[in-house]
Ligand binder design. Sequence first.
Ligand SMILES: [Zn+2]
Ligand SMILES: [Zn+2]
Length: 194
Amino acid sequence: MRTMMERTRPTHIKGSCLCGAIRFTIHFPKDTDWPPQGNGICQCTMCRKHSGSLLPQNIAFPTDNVSPQFPSLPTYKTYDSGPTTSRDFCSTCGSPLTFSDAKDKNVIQINIGAFDEEVLLGEKVESEAWKDEYGRHMPRKGGWGYELGFPKYHIFAENEVKGVTDGFDGEKWLTDREGGKAFKGKVAEMKRKD
Ligand SMILES: [Zn+2]
Ligand SMILES: [Zn+2]
């Protein structure tokens, strides 16, 4: 039986690019996994260059669960980064938003930084704000930041930056998940066995 405090799941979440020209909703019908399992950080150089971040992270969603469909939005542009893959962005503000692979049109990977603040952190509770020597503290209520933000895997760990991006606990792969075997720990501490 469900208690009052038990966290359930959202029916949908919202996100956008920085300028708001692209706004989208991701729906979670009952048959979709929650929290999403296709949630990983990729440290490959292409993801880094496109996102401008050392730790780009995205989640794979069924394309049909996203509305409107991204290609219908005028400022949604795609950059073909590989023979079948594209990295997609808003042409007005430049926000990198999605990764798509023409080999699997049923899936779209969405950068989690595009999710709305209320989705990740919950609503601000202005009436409970307080101040101390560190500044103003704003309590939040709700949000799905843990469920959406906690990465399930780490790929292209061969590119992890020692002492900077190598401290994750979860399962890692040296390149993608098709190549090699999952491991834990730091690449720089792995020993040659042959
Ligand atoms: Zn934009
Ligand atoms: Zn990558």
